[in-house]
Design a protein around this ligand. Structure first.
Ligand code: NAP
Length: 297
């Protein structure tokens, strides 16, 4: 393995340390940042996120509240609730936990959050600031990938960056964030004709497609930095390629990214692991946005 590991856990810890000092300063002035999550109905996966958000927030002194609405909440009721929270002076940041029950349009819910409390960076106003080249509260995962790229301390001007995936939470906002640094970003998606050539041309390659094993060694320019945003659950296989079962007789699962880590690490200059790369940084960016929103109030 030749690539240097970009340690998202260590970098996120440094950021949390800085945020913890900023929260203490705010507390000394009588203000405690307050993040409020709205969950509609029960969902095991989002429960895991919520517990982790709470732990991280409380660990640095941010107040965390969960508003649990029943599964039969209508879109109108949810929008009304968000409106109340928008006007609640004690709340600095609002997250709408996904998924929402059928019948509620997620975009409508997320864009109803007041832009100055939109710590997920999903409102049209905050997306618009990215277009202006003046990021305000930017989408957390895009910011996570961007911050890891900045942590490399490479001169970014003129670099070729290829982003695989054009979602509104990763590819598109990351493209706009990187333009501020005068890189030449390219976004690939299912309509791209020669994705491999674009990937191989990149000094910095970002994978955000949600497909395990997507980025192979032959798609990476030697020495390139590779940022793996993907989070995919795949079965653990034994030496014969058969799924390993757990004590309950179910397939044992593990989390991998979009990049074939072992082989790509042989050619890349820098690489993020999964887990331990973009994931912990995304939570840190949520907390950073919350502190920023509280400071601006
Ligand atoms: P998404 O909304 O499904 O977008 C996936 C993008 O990848 C789309 O633009 C899609 O192209 C493109 N794509 C998919 N298959 C492709 C193919 N065969 N060739 C070319 N392009 C292809 O996903 P997302 O929400 O951005 O998430 C992407 C990954 O990041 C997932 O694994 C997700 O779990 C992970 N994620 C990680 C974090 C974190 O904190 N680390 C946070 C959020 C998401 P089209 O637009 O043409 O369909």
């Amino acid at each position: 393995m030749s690539a240097q590991i970009i340690d998202g856990r260590a970098i996120s810890q440094e950021i949390l340390g800085r945020l913890s000092r900023e929260v203490a300063d705010l507390a000394a002035g009588g203000k405690q940042p307050h993040l409020l999550a709205v969950q509609v109905g029960e969902n095991a996966a989002s429960r895991v996120y919520i517990n982790s958000q709470r732990k991280k927030c409380e660990g640095i002194g941010i107040r965390y509240t969960l508003d649990e609405l029943s599964a039969d909440t209508t879109e109108g009721q949810l929008l009304e609730h968000i409106d109340e929270l928008n006007n609640d002076e004690s709340v600095h940041g609002i997250i709408i936990q996904m998924p929402l029950p059928e019948g509620i349009n997620p975009m409508k819910a997320q864009t109803s959050v007041a832009p100055d409390k939109d710590v997920e960076g999903m409102t049209a106003a905050n997306m618009g600031y990215l277009v202006y080249g003046e990021p305000n509260l930017a989408p957390c995962t895009a910011m996570a990938a961007y911050t890891l790229i900045k942590s490399l301390d490479l001169p970014l001007r003129g670099k070729e960056v290829t982003i695989l995936g054009r979602s509104k939470i990763v590819g598109r906002p990351l493209y706009l964030l990187l333009l501020v640094d005068s890189v030449t970003p390219v976004i690939c998606h299912t309509g791209t004709v020669d994705l491999k050539a674009h990937a191989r041309n990149a000094d910095i390659l970002v994978a955000a497609v949600g497909r395990p094993g997507f980025v192979t060694e032959d798609m990476v320019k030697p020495g390139a930095a590779v940022i793996d945003v993907g989070i995919n659950r795949v079965p653990v296989l034994d030496e014969n390629g058969r799924p390993v079962l757990n004590e309950k007789g179910r397939k044992k699962m593990k989390t991998v990214g979009d990049v074939v880590y072992d082989e790509v690490a042989e050619v890349a200059g820098h690489i993020t692991p999964v887990p331990g790369g973009v994931g912990p940084m995304t939570v840190a960016m949520l907390l950073q946005n919350t502190v920023l929103a509280a400071k601006k109030k």
